[in-house]
Design a protein around this ligand. Structure first.
Ligand code: NAP
Length: 253
């Protein structure tokens, strides 16, 4: 099984790489920081190709694919996980910063999906995982650009699931709530630290999320929401949004 993971140098992507490595997959791992990718590859325990690349240009998002498939065979599982976050008011964010985030979090994953999907459909097998966010369902003040990118990715993934499931391809949106990674550390810091109400917010582990992603693919789950306490956000987004709206004056410094 050939598994491709973007954003594999850190956090959730690194955990997903190790999870599939332990299950015996051949891996292609992508991110910008080569030394970190190498460290992850060394702990995966399976054949690993690393590609140090900046995935921020949708027009050049799949240059790695031909060589990766020549080495490891056709892509069986594509995990589109690379992402960046802006935690800041819109008024304190430049248009350029926002557009760069949209490229990494939305346009590039869609471009890679478009490139890889036809071969999966032709074979009638394969899985594509889009790592979105609970922020794509409910709107957190300070995450306007980030939430827009994740809502877009989640919506695309939900629709694509329904379109291709009858043809043997499994598309699975993943909605992490807070998961302990360098990204969540930076977000907590921007919101003023892990104190007050923030101290009560449950935080998941990248390893457990990675396990659920692998099982989700194995069992063809419709989607993954983790930690599970955030599942009601999918069913009652208006209620959660109303709470967030009232909290807005307090959550951003
Ligand atoms: N942690 C959470 O609480 C949480 C919650 C909801 C959703 N998520 C989503 O989960 C995914 C993984 O996040 P994480 O928490 O594991 O964060 P992380 O530790 O900061 O990892 C982000 C990964 O994305 C890669 N990346 C960022 N920009 C890139 C670029 N231009 N080109 C290639 N790779 C790039 C980074 O690698 P390099 O820097 O080496 O390029 C890194 O491997 C993201 O999509 C994030 O939005 C996380």
């Amino acid at each position: 099984m050939h598994v491709v993971v973007t954003g594999a140098s850190s956090g959730i992507g690194a955990a997903i790489a190790r999870e599939f490595g332990a299950a015996g997959a051949r891996l292609t791992l992508l991110a910008r920081r080569e030394a970190l990718l190498r460290e992850v590859a060394d702990t995966c325990g399976s054949p690993c190709r690393i590609v140090a690349t900046d995935l921020s240009d949708p027009a050049d998002a799949t240059h790695w694919r031909e060589e990766a498939e020549a080495e490891h065979g056709p892509i069986d599982v594509l995990v589109l996980n690379a992402g960046v976050e802006i935690t800041s008011r819109v008024s304190a964010t430049t248009l350029d910063q926002g557009q760069r985030l949209l490229a990494v979090n939305l346009l590039v994953p869609l471009a890679i999906t478009h490139a890889v999907l036809p071969a999966m459909l032709a074979r009638g097998s394969g899985a594509i995982v889009h790592v979105a966010s609970v922020d794509g369902i409910v709107t957190l003040p300070g995450h306007a650009w980030y939430g827009a990118s994740k809502a877009g990715l989640a919506s695309f993934s939900e629709v694509l699931h329904a379109e291709v499931a009858p043809h043997g391809v499994h598309v699975m949106p993943v909605y992490p709530g807070p998961v302990a990674t360098p990204m969540s550390d930076r977000a907590y810091e921007a919101y003023g630290g892990r104190k007050g109400l923030a101290a009560l917010i449950p935080e998941g582990s990248p390893e457990e999320l990675a396990r659920r992603v692998r099982l989700g693919i194995e069992r063809k789950r419709r989607r993954v929401v983790y930690p599970g306490v955030f599942a009601p956000a999918r069913w009652m987004p208006s209620v959660v949004r109303a709470v967030y709206d009232r909290a807005t004056p307090y959550v951003l410094p």
